[in-house]
Design a protein. Structure first.
Length: 438
């Protein structure tokens, strides 16, 4: 993997391996394991040594990976990249089976800020975790069904003549319910039996009675792909924010050595619904992991965590809005990031992003050192601004932060797009953030 082309293809592999946030962590662990990382468990006493490569998982969909330096973190600080594993989607309700008009449907909740109409007429599979009873207790099993098993059908234009002039308004309770099957008396559908079969394909044999609960997302089964006449685009679901997870992990695993300083990646669940959970960025995970690394580090000293925070820097990586050629008036005229134009530094004086002048200067310097272009973004002054884990992290830890992201279109659509060349550019920039002395 040396060229930008290959890294965009590697992103496609990452996205295809991660139809749910739990699968995103599984794929991250697979890559970390292949590079000699070992798992630390939160319930154990941690013992680490200089140069150690470790990771910690909380809640199945949040993970931290750290490569320890030679010097204690309170002396050299941490260099960190953060992103989120979750994406807006449709998720199964606890009692998911609905029978209406002789058909079986799947009751779903809307997770995060879904662009609802983009989920119509997609071939949908299911992925996530199934909780099962085992001889040693209640445990989670990852499950995914890549078959096009269900669909949210749109309403024919003949039955909604004004749709192209008045717009499409969808009721999420009644009009976004996927159609799963015809309700046939012989062989009646049973969700738990279906889930037991899905688990059996990857794990052990289960009966439907051993399936206790589920955390499941719908996803489009059509694999991510390259697009454009010169393969300059990536078309995929979940680019927000798997593209940043991928860039952070790949950058960590490929960054030039910087042996004295500890560096790492934090990938959080629950960003799309506000980050307030045990494994979200508002939770204690970041503080717990960094604090325990400071304490466990050989020769740890008093007040190591706040002293380390004073010397640390956190790059919050989340996708950015590229200029949309059909809606260019939605963009601030002086700040119009382009697909293929390199990493974007995102600013908002009202702290929707954590960037300040120092963060911008540092990140743009890293882009320069890496030999990649960079771009700047602020939202129009007459439009509201999205937010990220950047300000949350800055507030919780008192750490300096910059908010960045690769440019993309169709954010929060079932199928998004980004520039292929930007994949390698972001990996290179984040790599410099890990190894630069600036
Ligand atoms: Zn995001």
């Amino acid at each position: 993997m040396n060229s930008g082309t290959d890294l965009a293809d590697d992103l496609i592999s990452f996205v295809n391996a991660a139809p749910s946030p739990w699968h995103a962590v599984q794929e991250t662990v697979r890559r970390l394991d292949a590079h000699g990382y070992r798992q630390l468990h939160e319930g154990d006493t941690w013992s680490v040594c200089k140069g150690d490569r470790v990771y910690v998982v909380r809640g199945g969909a949040t993970i931290a990976a750290l490569e320890l330096g030679d010097s204690p973190p309170d002396v050299t600080g941490f260099r960190l990249v953060g992103a989120h594993t979750d994406s807006p989607n449709l998720r199964l309700k606890p009692n998911a089976t609905v029978k209406r008009h002789g058909q079986i449907q799947v009751a779903v909740e809307v997770y995060g800020g879904v662009l609802l109409h983009t989920w119509l007429d997609r071939d949908l599979g299911l992925a996530g975790r199934v909780w099962v009873r085992t001889p040693s207790g209640i445990e989670a099993r990852l499950a995914r069904c890549d078959e096009p098993m269900m669909r949210v059908p749109s309403l024919a234009i003949h039955l909604n003549r004004q749709v192209n002039t008045d717009g499409l308004v969808l009721n999420p309770q009644t009009q976004m319910v996927p159609l799963l099957a015809l309700d046939q008396p012989a062989g009646a559908f049973e969700l738990n039996r279906f889930l037991a079969d899905a688990v059996r394909r990857e794990h052990e044999s289960l009966t439907s009675a051993e399936v206790l609960a589920h955390d499941l997302c719908a996803f489009e089964v059509v694999p991510a792909a390259r697009g454009g006449t010169a393969r300059e685009f990536v078309f995929a679901g979940r680019l927000d924010n798997l593209a940043s997870c991928h860039a952070g992990v790949v950058a960590l695993l490929r960054a030039a050595p910087a042996p004295h300083r500890t560096r790492g990646v934090f990938l959080f669940d629950h960003e799309e619904c506000g980050s307030q959970s045990a494994q979200g960025a508002q939770g204690s995970f970041l503080r717990d992991v960094l604090g325990r690394i400071c304490e466990a580090f050989p020769g740890a000293s008093k007040d190591a965590l706040p002293r380390a925070m004073h010397r640390s820097f956190f790059v919050s990586a989340d996708m950015a809005h590229a200029l949309h050629p059909n809606f260019s008036d939605k963009h601030e005229p002086g700040h119009q990031p382009m697909l293929g134009g390199g990493p974007v530094v995102k600013s908002n004086v009202n702290q929707r992003y954590g960037t300040d002048g120092e963060g911008q200067a540092r990140f743009e310097a890293w882009c320069g050192e890496a030999g990649v272009p960079s771009q700047r973004f602020v939202t129009r002054t007459d439009l509201g601004c999205g937010s990220t884990i950047g300000p949350i992290t800055a507030a919780n830890l008192g750490i300096r932060v910059v908010d960045v992201g690769s440019p993309m279109l169709s954010m929060h659509s079932c199928r998004e797009m980004c520039g292929a060349a930007d994949v390698a550019s972001m990996v290179a920039a984040l790599g410099r953030s890990f190894s630069s002395e600036v």
